[in-house]
Design a protein around this ligand. Structure first.
Ligand code: ATP
Ligand code: MG
Length: 568
């Protein structure tokens, strides 16, 4: 366990209440949970909700949580995903200890359970093809009909199933089905398929198997084999629970885990289905799974989100059964809250405008020594050199300032953070008529820290000394989608049409204070007055510093969101 990753033991939700009751009544002595991703994609912020819940309750109730790969679909799975998932869970602050498992570890036991069902007359080998099976399954309104193969004898079924395992049939020739009830109102109980033939090599068991168990059969039995007490999953599995319970009660399972469903995380302005995330990556809408605009855990990490911000977010959204759509600002605010406390401060100018302080001696340099962090004195101080020529941000100057504009304008004064008050005396234009330079004068008596008598200057702006500053590249990331529900209002329901064309802006001529020299990858700073920025883990290095914007200082989307929801 790393710092602060445990939700407080006093946290409460309906699942924690069930667990408390089960411990109090003596039903269980120790809680066992599991996080069961399929290794067919990388983890996203929705998975964080499930990780935080499963590992969180295990931590808080002194229980155990298994990290189990649900690897029953060899065609779609990949070792790269396995490694990525483990890295992401660890990064989020959770430790599975000895409990790293795979559904494929249990293939032999699962096979034995399947034979047990056959022996008990509770499963049969189906020889119809997929279309014929579908035909007889019925619909939500109409009951299904029994398969002509439903009444094969136990011996016939065993022989066929063993031949399936031995590889004597081609893909699709047969499947194993549970014998439950074709007229059940719950379609999941209409003799669901338990095993199918797939002559595909598996990333862990290689060619040992050519039949693979389906999710519903695998999941509950893997839970039972691991002694899981509470199998926590998302609501789409609610209708599968009767099947989960049926399977466990029909075989000699070592224990009876209880499945409890909670609602998935949905987040405005994003998509969280692996299928869509894969499409964004494969079709080049983003630069890989860890593109800082992706709400994958690797994307958030590269964006500069600390793991504690994601855990804080999970705390805040809670766990319930009701459908929910969380506003992006909840996630962004969690990052702001953590980073405000942890990120060292620095000054960087994103849109440089040259300022010459005409009454400041040429060749002179002064070092100002502000704190690295306004509250955390342990972070110490930094050196910020000042000289005659500085850059300020273009946005901090207006030729025709509106009323109550407290930054720089012709004839007006502003304070340079940590330094002096300057007045703008002259505006210099380039040949195209654009402002290219300002000539200002400073007042020595206003040195930061000294008593600036009779001087009330409302605006404070940031700056860097030109000769001392470092060139840096800054990438301004924004939400990947411009609509809160991507695809919802598109005539074709195509989420790709809602991609935000301005989700990334690259600024190549930014300048930062010299103290940032030597910044390591993935360090996050607050650029004062601008936002939180993190050095890019892939592209930033000693020869070129590249910063990703993690999050703005304030929620600039709040107004937009109000327009969308019609509130004010
Ligand atoms: P997707 O719909 O993104 O493809 P999945 O549910 O197929 O996701 P799994 O790898 O099976 O992905 O997920 C592992 C666990 O994470 C499951 O228990 C699942 O319920 C949970 N999970 C996935 N997405 C979310 C989400 N948006 N909110 C909460 N839990 C989620
Ligand atoms: Mg799944």
């Amino acid at each position: 366990m790393t710092e602060n990753n445990s939700s407080s033991a006093s946290a409460t939700n309906f699942i924690r209440n069930i667990i408390r009751d089960d411990l109090a009544s003596g039903k269980h002595q120790q809680i066992v949970t599991r996080f069961p991703p399929e290794p067919n994609g990388h983890l996203h912020i929705g998975h964080a909700k499930s990780i935080h819940l499963n590992f969180g309750v295990a931590n808080d109730f002194d229980g155990k949580c298994f990290m189990r790969f649900d690897d029953t679909n060899p065609a779609k799975e990949d070792e790269e995903y396995v490694e990525g998932i483990l890295r992401d869970v660890r990064w989020l602050g959770y430790d599975w200890g000895e409990r790293l498992t795979h559904a494929s570890d249990y293939f032999e036991q699962l096979y034995q359970f399947a034979e047990e069902l056959i022996q008990k007359g509770k499963a049969y080998v189906e020889s119809q093809n997929a279309d014929e099976i579908r035909e007889l399954r019925g619909t939500l309104k109409e009951p299904g009909k029994n398969s002509p193969y439903r009444e094969l004898s136990v011996e016939e079924n065993l022989t066929l199933f063993r031949k399936m395992r031995a590889g004597e049939f081609e893909d699709g020739a047969h499947v194993l089905r549970a014998k439950i009830e074709m007229t059940s109102p719950n379609i999941n109980l209409r003799d669901p398929v338990l095993y199918r033939i797939r002559k595909v090599s598996h990333q862990r068991t290689a060619d040992q198997w050519c039949i693979y168990p389906l999710y519903d059969f695998t999941h509950g039995l893997s839970d039972a084999l691991e002694g899981v007490t509470h199998s926590l999953c998302t609501l789409e599995f609610e209708d599968h629970r009767p099947l989960y319970d049926w399977i466990l009660s029909e075989v000699s399972a070592p224990c009876l885990p209880r499945q409890i469903e909670f609602s998935r995380l949905n987040l405005h302005y994003t998509v969280l289905s692996k299928r869509r995330l894969i499409q964004l990556v494969e079709e080049g809408y983003v630069n890989g799974w860890d593109d800082p605009r992706m709400l994958t855990l690797s994307g958030l990490r590269r964006r500069g989100y600390p793991p504690s911000a994601i855990r804080l977010f999970c705390e805040r959204i809670g766990i319930s059964k009701s459908e929910n759509n969380i506003e992006m600002s909840v996630l962004e605010d969690s990052a702001r809250e953590v980073l405000d406390k942890t990120a060292p401060r620095a000054m960087a100018v994103l849109h440089p405008l040259k300022v010459v302080i005409t009454n400041y001696p040429e060749g002179k340099t002064e070092d100002f020594e502000p704190s690295r962090h306004p509250k955390n004195t342990e972070m110490g101080k930094r050196k910020v050199p000042f000289s005659r020529e500085i850059y300020i941000d273009h946005d901090d100057f207006r030729e025709d300032p509106p009323p109550k504009y407290f930054r720089l304008a012709p004839g007006k004064e502003v304070r340079l953070r940590y330094a002096y008050v300057i007045r703008c005396d002259e505006v210099i234009y380039d040949t195209s008529g654009k402002v290219s330079e300002l000539h200002c004068t400073y007042d020595q008596a206003t040195r930061s820290g000294a008593k600036a008598e009779g001087r009330k200057v409302k605006g404070i702006i940031h700056w860097v000394s030109i000769q001392h500053s470092l060139p840096v590249e800054v990438r301004l990331y924004d939400r990947l989608f411009a609509a809160p529900y991507p695809g919802r209002d598109d005539p074709d329901g195509n989420f790709l049409n809602d991609i935000n064309p301005d989700s990334m802006e690259t600024l190549k001529s930014c300048r930062a204070e010299p103290g940032l020299l030597g910044t390591k990858p993935s360090e996050v700073f607050q650029f004062e007055r601008v936002g939180y920025f993190c050095t890019d883990s892939k592209e930033s290095g000693p020869e070129a510093l590249v910063f990703n914007r993690t999050v703005t200082l304030r929620d600039t989307w709040a107004k937009l969101e109000q327009e969308h929801t019609g509130q004010n």
